[in-house]
Design a binder for this molecule. Structure first.
Ligand code: SAM
Length: 206
C-alpha cells in the first residue's frame, strides 16, 4: 500500500491504516493472535454454528501467504471465493489479485438453509466504495452469508463500521459486535441509528 506509485488507489483510506489499531506486527505474533481469536469463537458457537472468516491472501517476501498458518488446524469445510472488481497491487512480480477467500469453518452439525447450496462457492460482489471505514465489507456480501443460514445471533468480533449489524437487522437477526476503535464504534452506531430511523419512516408511510 505504501508503494507510492499512486494510480487510483493513491488516496485509498487504508494507506493510513486503522484509526486505533496497527496490524504491522511480526508475522508469527499476528498469526498466533488470529488463531487464538478463531479458537475462542469456535468455543463460543453452538454445535450447528459456523464461522465465515475472510482474510486476504498476500504475497510477502515473494511467497504466497495462504493463511494456512492461521486456519490450518481448524475444521475448514469449504473455501468460498469472493470475486471483487479489481484490487490493489503495484507489484510487477505477480498478477493483480481480484479475489479474496472466505473460509467456512464449521462445527459438526452446521447446515445451510434449503436452496443456499445452489449459490455455489464463487461469489461476485463489488467492494464497498461509499463507506469512510478503510476496509469495509459490502452489505450484500454479509447479507449472502446471513441469509444462507438460520443463525439467530451473529457475532462480528471485528465490527468496523457495522456492516454485519446492518445485514443482521435487514434479516431480523440479533447481532453482537466488538470493535477496538471508538471512532468506528461511533460510525457503526450512527449507521444503525440511520437504518432504524429509515425503517420507522417507511413504516409510518405505509
Ligand atoms: C477489516 S476491518 C472490519 C470492517 C467491517 N467488516 C466493516 O464492514 O466495516 C477490521 C476491524 O477490526 C478492528 N480491530 C482490530 N483489532 C481489534 C481487536 N483486538 N478487537 C476488536 N476490533 C479490532 C479494526 O479497528 C477494524 O475496524
Amino acid at each position: 500500500m505504501k508503494d507510492g506509485r499512486g494510480g487510483k488507489w493513491k488516496n485509498a483510506e487504508l494507506v493510513n491504516g486503522y484509526s486505533h489499531y496497527d496490524d504491522c506486527m511480526p508475522h508469527e505474533k499476528y498469526s498466533e493472535w488470529q488463531r487464538s481469536c478463531l479458537k475462542e469463537m469456535l468455543r463460543l458457537i453452538p454445535d450447528n454454528g459456523a464461522i465465515f472468516y475472510n482474510h486476504k491472501w498476500r504475497v510477502q517476501d515473494g511467497l504466497l501467504q495462504d493463511r494456512h498458518d492461521i486456519v490450518g488446524e481448524l475444521p475448514i469445510r469449504q473455501i468460498i471465493i469472493w470475486k471483487r472488481k479489481g484490487g490493489i497491487n503495484f507489484n510487477a512480480g505477480y498478477f493483480l489479485p481480484t479475489y479474496e477467500v472466505i473460509y467456512l469453518i464449521a462445527k459438526r452439525d452446521f447446515k445451510l438453509l434449503p436452496k443456499a447450496n445452489a449459490l455455489g462457492d464463487v461469489w461476485e460482489f463489488k467492494q464497498e466504495m461509499n463507506n469512510p471505514h478503510p476496509a469495509p465489507f459490502p452489505v450484500a456480501l454479509i447479507n449472502r452469508i446471513i441469509t444462507s443460514t438460520d443463525a439467530q445471533t451473529i457475532l462480528d468480533p471485528f465490527m468496523g463500521s457495522g456492516t454485519t449489524a446492518i445485514a443482521a437487522l435487514m434479516n431480523n437477526r440479533k447481532y453482537l459486535g466488538i470493535e477496538l476503535s471508538p471512532d468506528y464504534v461511533a460510525m457503526a452506531n450512527e449507521r444503525i441509528k440511520k437504518y432504524n430511523n429509515q425503517l420507522k419512516i417507511n413504516f409510518v408511510n405505509q
